[in-house]
Design a binder for this molecule. Structure first.
Ligand SMILES: Nc1ncnc2c1ncn2[C@@H]1O[C@H](COP(=O)(O)OP(=O)(O)OP(=O)(O)O)[C@@H](O)[C@H]1O
Ligand SMILES: [Mg+2]
Length: 231
């Protein structure tokens, strides 16, 4: 790996339940610190599968995932892998995965506490940018899907991970809130040099990333976005 590469995905193939047709076939790409990668493709093309593999949640059937410093997450013991993931990865799942028994504010705080990086100023900035001020005392079931999505984004961002991965982070949002989420991702990318991978069906959102990986039935085409205008 080159010195500023933080992630390298090498010849990754994934088959669910030993299916004949793989969900992903021979995918390779690298990401340098501060890059933004948009993963696009039709429903079922393999976007979430790739994000889970890059996010260390799903071991690929074949191929390697390497992080900065030559770390091979899938070769680590379960407890080391969990620690690595907790410290290095912020993941916004397509179904949000909020903790039901904690309020929105507690969900976000917990992520900061686990990292030992409680920063009220940052928490206030992120949650007010995302229009969550009135939601912080409510439980996930008391929130709309769009509000849940924004809480999941705030939670992933709050711990300032080395790699932020967001699976269709604007999918449930109206235009105005979708734009706020986009702006937040660009802002943390610029301000903190945050490396980001996101999946999207939104062409204009994808156009703002520095790199694009387009999946079609598990096969990828990687391109550099010349007209990236997020920065
Ligand atoms: N847990 C699973 N078990 C078996 N097959 C799965 C599983 N998850 C996904 N698949 C299959 O793998 C393929 C890729 O799915 P994936 O969820 O990665 O697509 P996607 O591009 O994220 O789609 P969407 O845009 O609808 O979210 C699909 O054919 C899907 O049915
Ligand atoms: Mg998906």
């Amino acid at each position: 790996m080159l010195s500023d590469e933080i992630l390298s995905v090498v010849n990754v193939t994934h088959r669910y339940n030993e299916r004949e047709i793989p969900a992903l076939s021979d995918i390779s790409f690298t990401l340098r610190k501060g890059e933004m990668l948009a993963v696009t493709g039709a429903s079922g093309a393999g976007k979430s599968t790739l994000l889970k593999i890059a996010g260390t949640f799903l071991k690929p059937t074949a191929g390697d995932v390497k992080f900065e410093g030559g770390i091979l997450p899938y070769a680590l013991s379960q407890s080391r892998l969990q620690k690595f993931r907790r410290e290095q990865i912020g993941f916004v799942e397509q179904d949000f995965a909020l903790i039901d028994v904690l309020t929105a504010g507690e969900n976000i705080m917990l992520a900061m506490q686990l990292e030992g990086c409680v920063n009220y100023r940052f928490l206030f900035d992120v949650t007010s940018h995302l229009g969550l001020d009135k939601c912080l005392d409510r439980y996930p079931y008391e929130l709309s899907r769009g509000e849940q999505q924004r809480v999941a984004i705030a939670r992933a961002v709050a711990k300032k991970p080395c790699l932020l991965i967001a699976d269709e982070p604007t999918a449930n949002l109206d235009r105005s809130n979708g734009e706020k989420v986009e702006e937040l991702l660009w802002e943390i990318n610029l301000r903190y040099g945050q490396t980001v991978i996101f999946a999207t069906h939104d062409k204009s959102f994808a156009d703002r990333a520095t790199k694009r990986l387009t999946l079609s039935d598990g096969v990828a085409v990687l391109s550099t976005n010349r007209k990236a205008n997020g920065r």
